[in-house]
Design a protein around this ligand. Structure first.
Ligand SMILES: NC(=O)c1ccc[n+]([C@@H]2O[C@H](COP(=O)([O-])OP(=O)(O)OC[C@H]3O[C@@H](n4cnc5c(N)ncnc54)[C@H](O)[C@@H]3O)[C@@H](O)[C@H]2O)c1
Length: 349
C-alpha cells in the first residue's frame, strides 16, 4: 500500500482530464499539502495537450492510449498503471459508469480513491459534502463526491439545519442541458424536458449524505449551458426573520450571498463576475444565493440560487482528499485551507 510521504504531502493522481478532472488537477496543484502526480486520459487531441501545457505529467489510460498520444506528438510519462504506482490517492473523473469499472484496480493496489457524482452511492458506501460529513470520511478507503446539484442542496440545507431552522424543504431544479464545451454534440433547444419522476433523484441523493433531511426535489432540463438554477420552499421549525436566515447561510463559507440590486440579475452576470475576479475557467465554487430575493412568511422560507455545475464539486473533492488520507482531522481546517488556495472568500460583505 502506498503511504502518505514527503512530509505530509499527498500525491494525487487524476484519472480522466475532462470538465471535472482538469479543474480537480488544477486545484490539487494549488494546495500546499498536495502534489499532482499526473493525469490520465484516453484522448489524443488539444484536451490532452493542455495537460502538458499546464505543466502536468500526462499518462495514457492503457499502453494503446499512451502510444496514440505519443503518435499525436504529445509528451507522455507512461500509463495509468505507472501513474497509480506514484500516487497515494486517485480521483477518478472519468465519465459516468467508467469509474465503477476502475474501482477493482484501485482496490487491488490498496489505493484510496474518490469517484464523482455520476457513480452510485454503493460504489464507495460513502457520499461526501465537506460541511456536512467530513468527519465520517476520515481514514476511509473511498468516498463519492456527490453531484453538483446534490452538493448545493446539502450545503444550503445543512446551513439551515445547523441554525435549528430546517423542518422540510421542497425544491424545483432548472438543470442546464449540457456543458458549454460540448454544445455542438448534445443539448436541447426550444423545449423543456421534465425529469420523469417526482421526487427527482437529487433529493434521494442528498439523503445519502444526510439521511435525516426531509427533502423533495422536482427537476426540468432547460435549453442553456451555463449553470443550474434552484427554487426552494422551506418549512422552518419556527418563525424567523430574514436576517436570521441570511446569517444561517452566511455561516457557510461556500454559500455566497449575491444581490440583484448589485446587477447580478441572471446566471450569465454571475459568471461574468467570476471571470472579472480572475477565477480559473470562471469557476463559481460557491452556491450563489440571492439575498435580496429571499423571502420569509411566518415559518415559511423561499429562496433561489445558482449552481455552477462544472465548479461546485472542486473544493469538495479537495477536502475529500484530506479526509480520506487523514491529513487534516478537522473539517473547518481543511475547508479553510481549500478556500484560501482557491480564492474562495466573501464576494460581498
Ligand atoms: N460536468 C459536470 O457538470 C459535472 C458536475 C458534477 C459531477 N460530474 C461528474 O463528474 C464525472 C466526470 O464528468 P465530466 O463532466 O468531467 O466528464 P467529461 O466527459 O467532461 O470528462 C471525462 C474525461 O474522462 C476521459 N475518459 C473517458 N474514458 C476514460 C478512461 N477509460 N480512462 C481515462 N479517461 C477516460 C474523457 O476523455 C474525458 O476527458 C462524472 O461522474 C460526472 O457525473 C460532472
Amino acid at each position: 500500500m502506498n503511504s502518505v510521504t514527503d512530509a505530509n504531502t499527498i500525491r494525487v493522481a487524476v484519472n480522466g482530464y475532462g470538465v471535472i478532472g482538469k479543474r480537480v488537477a488544477a486545484a490539487v496543484a494549488l494546495q500546499g499539502d498536495m502534489s499532482l502526480a499526473g493525469v490520465s486520459d484516453v484522448v489524443t487531441d488539444w484536451r490532452a495537450g493542455m495537460a502538458t501545457r499546464n505543466g502536468f505529467r500526462l499518462f495514457g489510460a492503457t499502453s494503446e492510449h499512451a502510444s496514440g498520444m505519443r503518435a499525436a506528438g504529445l509528451e507522455v510519462a507512461g500509463t495509468l498503471d505507472d501513474l497509480l504506482g506514484q500516487a497515494d490517492l486517485v480521483v477518478d473523473c472519468t465519465p459516468k459508469g467508467v469509474s465503477a469499472k476502475n474501482i477493482d484496480g484501485y482496490r487491488r493496489r490498496g489505493l484510496k480513491f474518490i469517484v464523482q457524482g455520476g457513480e452510485k452511492h454503493e460504489a464507495t458506501g460513502h457520499s461526501f459534502v465537506a460541511e456536512a460529513n467530513y468527519a465520517s470520511a476520515l481514514g476511509r478507503e473511498a468516498t463519492r463526491v456527490v453531484s453538483c446539484n446534490t452538493t448545493s442542496i446539502v450545503r444550503t440545507l445543512t446551513a439551515l439545519k445547523r441554525a435549528g431552522l430546517l423542518r422540510r424543504a421542497r425544491g424545483t431544479l432548472l438543470r442546464r442541458a449540457t456543458d458549454p464545451w460540448e454544445s455542438h454534440v448534445s443539448g436541447i433547444m426550444n423545449t423543456l424536458v421534465p425529469e420523469p419522476e417526482i421526487p427527482s433523484h437529487q433529493s434521494r441523493d442528498a439523503q445519502t449524505v444526510d439521511p435525516d433531511l426531509d427533502v423533495v426535489t422536482m427537476a426540468v432540463k432547460v435549453p442553456e449551458t451555463l449553470a443550474h438554477l434552484h427554487y426552494w420552499s422551506v418549512q422552518m421549525t419556527r418563525r424567523a426573520s430574514q436576517d436570521e436566515v441570511l446569517d444561517a447561510f452566511r455561516a457557510s463559507s461556500r454559500i455566497a450571498l449575491i444581490r440583484i440590486s448589485d446587477g447580478l440579475v441572471a446566471l450569465n452576470t454571475v459568471k461574468e463576475l467570476m471571470a472579472d475576479r480572475g477565477r480559473p475557467n470562471d469557476n463559481l465554487y460557491e452556491v450563489a444565493l440571492w439575498a435580496d430575493m429571499l423571502s420569509v412568511q411566518g415559518d415559511e422560507l423561499f429562496y433561489a440560487y445558482m449552481v455552477d455545475n462544472q465548479a461546485i464539486v472542486i473544493p469538495e473533492t479537495i477536502d475529500a482528499i484530506r479526509a480520506l488520507t487523514g491529513l487534516v482531522h478537522d473539517a473547518h481546517e481543511s475547508i479553510a485551507r481549500t478556500n484560501t488556495a482557491l480564492g474562495i472568500e466573501t464576494l460581498f460583505a
